[in-house]
Design a protein around this ligand. Structure first.
Ligand code: GDP
Ligand code: MN
Length: 371
């Protein structure tokens, strides 16, 4: 789960990391009032769960309360990289001397937390040359000891009060990382304003599997309405950007189906892993869900193990008889109760495939080729 910037900053403040003075607003009037209270000039930042807002025009400056109101009005309700702006963070505008980068993340390959630091903050960390990055793998049984923080600031070329501040911030970030079950705690940029060091941005991602014990964190809904519905039905559903909806069973089968569609020049719109043992009722609901996403074709690819092919066939026939299906549906079934399934479909005038390649090719063709 990703936290919005303003939530991350609240967390930082609790752990003694300085952040700019600011207010979160949801209307132009509130924005103007907040700007007046903070004292212009101010910076306005769209609260969306995507990065690169600077370049996307989602970080703006205002020299008066009225200007802040106008800027907020332009930002609110707009979409930034597919995310609707519902709140804007208004902060005192900082006089930035330098921008640094600091993060603590999980390094899956090393099976350890990794501390990353750079004297070149404010840009995408991927763009920073490898030799300009300071990396330190943390031994979780030891944590970040003071000498590590000192070594990092030395390698960043920091000195004096700024170095001391950063030496305090690094272990604080690591504490947040551990205590909040985070996958990422990132400050980009960490800004130097004279002798002061503040987090001008905050990115905190919490491990979804740990949310049950992170009840005091605010909950951020990241799923779309369809993803929520699929979750309620106990199905894993993922949105992609093509035009063929896929229903398959099991992760391996689902991935192979997506690959085949791509191989034949098509593009999946989304996929639904109906898992093992999804019965007739859930399958019918899953189908309704895919239909509601408005694809150009639907490809149902079932390898019946625990899932019974006849359940899937009955579910499809039921949906077909209950409503008009506006798009072509390609069905491929093999495995448990395959013969019954094919008979059920045939009785309803539907010819199912048994060969997966042929079925995938057909689905791509019916969707109109390349999406
Ligand atoms: P991101 O692009 O989504 O990561 O948004 P950031 O919060 O990192 O802001 C992008 C850039 O805007 C920063 O790197 C800064 O250069 C600039 N910026 C953000 N806040 C301030 C501020 O208070 N004062 C000034 N002068 N620049 C700011
Ligand atoms: Mn940033």
């Amino acid at each position: 789960m990703k936290l919005f910037e303003y939530m991350g900053k609240e967390l930082f403040a609790k752990y003694g990391i300085r952040v700019p003075r600011g207010r979160v607003v949801a209307s132009a009037e509130e924005a103007a009032a907040a700007a007046a209270e903070l004292g212009p000039p101010v910076v306005l930042k769209a609260q969306v769960l995507v990065g690169g807002r600077g370049k996307a025009g989602a970080v703006r400056f205002a020299d008066s309360a009225a200007e802040a109101g106008t800027a907020a009005a332009e930002m609110l309700g707009r979409e930034i990289k597919g995310c609707r702006v519902e709140r804007v963070l208004i902060e005192e505008k900082l006089r930035i001397d330098r921008e640094l980068y600091l993060s603590v993340a999980v390094d899956g390959g090393a099976r350890r937390p990794i501390l990353l630091a750079s004297a070149h903050g404010g840009v995408d960390i991927e763009e920073v040359p490898e030799d300009r990055l300071v990396r330190y793998h943390v031994d979780p049984s030891v944590g970040v000891l003071p000498y590590v923080a000192r070594e990092v600031t030395r390698r960043l070329g920091l000195s004096g009060n700024v170095a001391r501040e950063v030496q305090r911030i690094i272990p604080a970030m690591y504490r947040i990382f551990c205590e909040k079950d985070a996958e990422l705690v990132e400050i980009n940029p960490l800004v130097v304003c004279g002798e002061e060091v503040l987090a001008a941005d905050a990115k905190v991602t919490v491990d979804d599997e740990a949310l049950f014990r992170q009840k005091d964190l605010p909950y951020v809904e990241e799923r779309t309405a369809v993803e929520r519905r699929a979750h309620e039905l106990g199905l894993s559903y993922v949105e992609l950007d093509g035009n063929i909806s896929v229903m398959a069973n099991g992760a391996g089968m689902t991935m192979a189906t997506l690959d085949l569609i791509q191989a034949y020049g098509g593009r999946p719109a989304n996929f639904l892993d109906a898992g093992g043992g999804t019965g007739e009722e859930a399958t019918a609901q899953a189908l309704e869900l895919l239909l509601a996403t408005g694809p150009r074709a639907i490809f149902i690819n079932i390898f019946g193990g625990i899932t019974r092919c006849d359940d899937v066939a009955r579910a499809f026939v039921r949906v077909k008889e209950s409503r008009e299906i506006p798009v072509p549906v390609v069905i491929r079934l093999v495995g448990t109760n395959e013969e019954q399934a094919l008979a059920i479909l045939r009785a309803a005038g539907i010819e199912a495939f048994r060969n997966m390649e042929e079925a995938a090719r057909k689905a791509v063709e019916l969707a109109g080729g390349e999406g």
